[in-house]
Design a protein around this ligand. Sequence first.
Ligand code: UDX
Ligand code: UDX
Ligand code: ADP
Length: 475
Amino acid sequence: MVVKKICGIGAGYVGGPTCSVIALKCPDIQVTVVDVNHEKIAQWNSEKLPIYEPGLDEVVEKCRGRNLFFSTDMRLAIQEADLIFISVNTPTKTFGNGQGRAADLKYVENTARIIAEVATEDKIVVEKSTVPVRAAESILHILRANHKPGVSFQILSNPEFLAEGTAIENLVNPDRVLIGGHDSPEGRAAIEQLAQVYEHWISREKIFTTNTWSSELSKLAANAFLAQRISSINSLSAVCEVTGADVSEVASAIGLDSRIGSKFLQASVGFGGSCFQKDLLNLVYICECLNLPQVAAYWQQVIDMNEYQKSRFSTKVIVSLFNTVTDKHIAILGFAFKKNTGDTRDSPAIYVAKSLLDEGAVLHIYDPKVQEALIMDNLMACSDSHVKNRIHVYQDAYSAVENTHALVLCTEWDEFIELDYEKIYSQMTKPAYIFDGRKILDHTRLQNIGFIVQTIGKRLNRIPVSRTWGSSTQL
Ligand code: UDX
Ligand code: UDX
Ligand code: ADP
């Protein structure tokens, strides 16, 4: 059988762009993306898409109404499809067994039940959401226990490796496509059918097939490895700040070793995003359940180091501002978890902003792509209502920095590099501080203008090593 109709369940950061690019590259396949959220589907059908992703508007514009459809009629789309992608969210569980660590599979389970109820013909069901190892087995169990007579299902694991901000580029030209399936004639046939979809634009050598469990674990492992590199370089950034080494130089020097490689060695205020922390927690939980406490402790340390990095940065801001930020006005530039996205999930900016609010600061926040309501939602969760009066959201960087004591850069947006810092200096209260949490600014130039500058992994304002060596508060 050749796949003619695809249904993508879940129109989020993964499902939306993935299905759009499949529609772009496979004009002979009809792709319908469905979601329980009516408002989101209405946005996908409008001029203003629900997510910001460079290049996405153009892809959707080209395909929507041709072979790409966004709908809330999940049952119809499932019934018609030969192949179904499950790309619903799998957040960390907030209660019960595995609370705060295990992935909550309730949305995946819901979709499996609907598929079983609706399907009247054979289907290939593909899990795209990041799921714990052996989740495919649970999906299969639900499908087989509820299916109609004569209907059979093949479950494949086909994790998505796109990164936000570069999703379209990653989908059009991926490093690899991973497909895991059951090692049986039917399983191999299903793998082949999905591989043929990708072969519309991706060469066969890049399509890597494994058993289902290897595929599921590879997704968790890839995110855990990437996060581990960031925590490793961030741990060294702390050493650099005390010793006078420069973490960028260290990263370049070690990155030249082809066994290490140069990517993902950018020290920062800490990693964020919907995947790294969630998948690490999930991996730790799985290891504990498998009675592998040493392995669990190893990966937990990657998360702990990230928390340490975020707290080190916030402390640096507070300590530098004479150990008190109460009633001081502080500009936060960037609220998204990285540039080129409006996504704030687990953004380090949230941590930094909350720490400063806890100390009584008044925040002036600006991000080019994050709406005011989302910023407020993030900061008001678990905060007293009076905190609201100390949060001001601005529509541009210059208005945000006016009359502030410090500028704290949390996201590496290109436009922050291009700002007129002479003008900014003249608008700020003196002494004027800049804390560059992304290492993107020209620090020497800023110091020449008159700013006191602090960054990650490099000591800019000289403190004799003997004074800081061994002390408990390292700036
Ligand atoms: C290492 C560094 O590679 C080298 O750059 C540095 O100058 C000195 O330390 P060496 O210890 O001689 O070199 O050998 P290496 O090839 O790095 O192997 C070290 C150990 O790691 C060996 O026991 C090797 O078997 C093991 N190893 C290596 C693995 O278990 N898995 C691997 O994938 C690679
Ligand atoms: C990640 C994986 O890269 C992707 O393959 C997977 O499918 C989903 O999770 P994403 O979270 O969208 O993608 O973005 P990524 O570019 O990986 O950045 C994650 C976080 O790490 C960001 O906060 C980013 O700023 C930070 N980061 C990244 C660093 O601090 N230093 C680096 O060198 C790289
Ligand atoms: P991700 O980053 O993994 O794509 P998102 O939260 O952006 O996560 O997207 C997941 C989408 O899945 C959301 O739009 C949510 O409404 C949708 N969703 C969750 N459960 C279901 C379901 N049972 N049926 C259809 N859509 C669902």
